[in-house]
Design a protein. Structure first.
Ligand SMILES: *[C@@H]1O[C@H](CO)[C@@H](O)[C@H](O)[C@H]1NC(C)=O
Ligand SMILES: *[C@@H]1O[C@H](CO)[C@@H](O)[C@H](O)[C@H]1NC(C)=O
Ligand SMILES: [Ca+2]
Length: 263
């Protein structure tokens, strides 16, 4: 029964990969994902589900970290680490962290979706690494108010950056984004470098907009208490980067904000 569940799980996850990868010429959920409590998700540069156990270990070691343990992954999950991709863990275990139940990921369950200790270490999955001093780019943010900047700001951002910021405020509150500085390599459709806003927990649903150039994007207010920002830069031409502030607003503050914007 357990084996059946695991096989079933693999099928679901494989099916889901179609929603990831390239969509409209934009890479979705690749290489650097969010990180929390020193845990982060990695996939092979060749793409999703390409790493054997040995290779997975090498990826983490190469970056100065180790394979995350089940407990480290769970600790990260408890502060909002949510990734819809199965990866190797310490001692050959495979699983992934689900914070928010969804019909298309994690069988509607919340917790570590556990595929158990794999007997066949040649199976190919992604990996979860643990490195408490890993590069700061994106992350999970639960403060009611914070300033977020592009990597290296106020210096120019570098090529080939992928950062995810997950913002999660108190249930019932909403998130207001306000841009303070904005300068990203400009091109048609913002395909080279861009910041994307998603009114949801991931970069698959709730797409709000993709931004580049040097005009400040308009303020945005989320519909729920979570939001995802994604920054991506390609292999040439950088720019000044961005700085924005988010603020958690309750329903009465929201009412005032909306009243202001219509007066
Ligand atoms: C182990 O997994 C690999 C990759 O899925 C597969 O090619 C190989 O046949 C499996 N080995 C065994 C003994 O099942
Ligand atoms: C909303 O926040 C404001 C400012 O912090 C506070 O004065 C007010 O009581 C809050 N309203 C609700 C409904 O929580
Ligand atoms: Ca660029």
């Amino acid at each position: 029964m357990r084996a059946l569940t695991a096989v079933f799980g693999v099928l679901i996850v494989l099916k889901e990969t179609e929603a990831w990868g390239y969509k409209n010429g934009i890479l979705h959920n690749s290489i650097w994902l969010e990180q929390a409590a020193g845990v982060y998700h990695r996939e092979s540069r060749k793409g999703r589900y390409q790493l054997t156990y040995k290779e997975a270990k090498a990826v983490c070691n190469f970056e100065g970290g180790t394979l995350a343990t089940f407990d480290q992954l769970e600790a990260a999950r408890q502060i909002g680490f949510h990734v819809c991709a199965a990866g190797w863990l310490d001692k050959g275990r495979v699983g992934y962290p689900i914070v928010k139940a969804g019909s298309n990921c994690g069988f509607g369950k919340v917790g570590i979706i556990d595929y158990g200790y794999r007997l066949n270490k040649s199976e190919r999955w992604d990996v979860y690494c643990y490195n408490p001093v890993a590069k700061e780019c994106g992350g999970v943010h639960t403060d009611p108010e914070k300033v977020l900047v592009s990597p290296g700001y106020p210096d120019e951002y570098q090529d080939e950056q992928i950062c995810y910021w997950h913002i999660r405020v108190r249930f019932g509150h909403r998130i207001r984004l306000h841009f303070l500085d904005f300068d990203i390599e400009e091109d048609t459709d913002c395909l080279s470098d861009h910041l994307e806003i998603y009114d949801s927990y991931d970069d698959v649903s709730g797409f709000v907009g993709r931004y580049c150039g040097d005009q400040l994007p308009d303020d945005f207010i989320s519909t729920g208490n979570v939001m995802t920002l994604k920054f991506l830069s390609d292999s040439s031409v950088t720019a000044g980067g961005f700085k924005l502030q988010y603020i958690s607003v309750n329903s009465s503050q929201l009412f005032d904000l909306l009243a202001d914007s219509f007066s």
